[in-house]
Design a protein around this ligand. Sequence first.
Ligand code: PRX
Length: 705
Amino acid sequence: MAKEEEAVEVSEAQIAVHWREEQYYQPSAKFVGQANAADPAIFERFKEERFPECFKEYADLLTWDAYWHTTLDTSNAPFWKWFVGGRLNASYNCVDRHLAGSRNKAAIIWVPEPESEETKAITYQDLYTRVNEVAALLRDFAGVKVGDRVTLHLPMVPELAITMLACARLGAIHNQVFGGFSGPACGERIADSGSHILITMDGYYRNGELLDHKVKADQAVARASQDGVTVDKVLVWRRHEGQYASQTPMIEGRDFFMNELLPTYRGAVIEPVSMPAEAPLFLMYTSGTTGRPKGAQHSTGGYLAYVAGTSKYYQDIHPEDTYWCFADIGWITGHSYIVYGPLALGTTTVIYEGVPTYPDPGRPWRIAERLGVNIFHTAPTTIRMLRKVGPDEPSKYNYHFKHMTTVGEPIEPDVWRWYHDVVGKGEAAIVDTWWQTENGGFLGSTLPALQPMKPGSCGPGVLGVYPAIYDENGEVVEAGSGRAGNMCIRNPWPGIFQTIWGQPERFVEIYYRKYCRDKASTDWHDWPYFAGDGAVQAADGYFRILGRVDDVINVAGHRLGTKELESAAITVSEVAEAAAVPVLDELRGRAVEMYVALKPGIQASKEIEDKVSMAIETEIGKMARPKNVWIVSDMPKTRSGKIMRRVIAGISNFTDVGDITTLANPEIVEDVRHHVQSEKVARGEVPRELTTQEAAEIRAFGQAE
Ligand code: PRX
């Protein structure tokens, strides 16, 4: 029975999707004249016949200690190995090699959130000194060795980039957990990665407030220890020299201030450890279909080559640019396009501590004006927010972007146009880059000087990446057919993650099982990568990404797994069952709504709703807080007992709930609908009508289970 029910749901994913074709926008002649990739011959160099050797061009942007003998080794498919035999060090490539020509140039410009605090420029020489000193401390004080995992839970401060590079210098694997994650969420990631060192900061500014961050370290250590991993040392950076921004005591013998230890290592020089191209550089945890977070393991050589190459051609970074990626280093975008890509190319990368609208919506444009930022990179959520609160602000500031990026969520064409016309002043070329934590770098984008922009579409596959949309039977969904399907990549690329840390079977299962043609094959053609996104391809070859087809909700670019949200909700003792669904949100793209059913005999109350919200905030972080918690008498379920998330998602979004005849309890749907929708009407929360595309996403929700 369960199989049959799934078959019905699956066919809905292939629903025809219609949208209004958007006009092309062309980059300016001025942009094209200076672009790194302005000669169409580049497409020849990266065409499929030249794969995988075409990626030598990216690897040659790096300095290797030993050149590789095999570009791509597929012998243990799908655990691809890139640039085998090559050796290099990532910190050497991002720091040391720029000293000869750019010693006194700013590598990092850090903008603190309070405007009264001075902006700080860190030159390549200074970065070199600081990375070496921190590496010496980690090695000699904390005992960090090649291959050790080191968890970082740091906010947007230069110390984060410095600590990452110090780990890389030693050949240790850094594991930065997004600063907004709660202490317990950080602890789970410490335990899963097997880290014995946690590096954190006492506090940081967010929206004008100095937040206590060290308190989360204590919770993290406690959770890790519950999960069987002991943290030996907690190293704490101070936000303000000589002060302590936290209420929590420093634990004797466990907690140490970095700023107090560092003088011992003054002037230390640590030889960068020459690492095999295939050595892991870092872990980046992300969410998926089950509750346990997945540690995406990224390589040194392939990853660094890929981010350097895509930064050069897609971000159009030249060494003399001032580049500002307004994302968080705690996410993959920040690793690849704030730290590793720009620094590998020897440019100046801007790091901003705070929120976009603090103290007012002119802030980003003042930063751009003051620093002469000419490349700007952010997410649709930030763009939507800035448009809402300060639609005319950009015109008040004298900055000029040659290039802008959007990443992380589908962008509405209307929002895209504001970005282009108002933020970019009609002068900037825009790339809409589609990719994921697992991918290391961009997968879908236009090449800015050579392919026109189309609002709402990311563009075709990037150089050397050959995507295809497959239906549930593995047949290609043709471009221009108007049908949606599963976004896949037919070939490996150097930035692809190597495995899920400690869970190789899950790696194969999630990303490759669905479309693998022959499990025994060592030919990459038999192993298409399943991205977990729905997409449509227009006749011109451009992809429009529709959103996740698995149980992931993308809230303001934060990827939240329904299972993680639900596990957090059922930590509330009154809750028997919980289901998380996405609801359209004007600013954040999607928000989370929780449906909970209570244990027998327990009365619904506002108090229980608040407890559920609080549990989610405690277990995951503030960014995961649900928009609403609905207490229902029962959940719509299949006869095999599975909660039908698409039905409740339909209710939350005031859209069609689809076929409910196969439910075990179809009568409950009307009850739940009445309860939720009448309350939403009373609160003025009726969403606008969904586009066909959005409705298709909601209908497909939950089907991956
Ligand atoms: O659904 C896609 C969406 O974000 C997901 C990946 O999230 P994460 O691993 O956190 O990485 C975000 C930054 C790389 C994808 O599966 N997504 C990402 N970029 C886009 C996008 N959706 C539409 N358009 C994009 N440009």
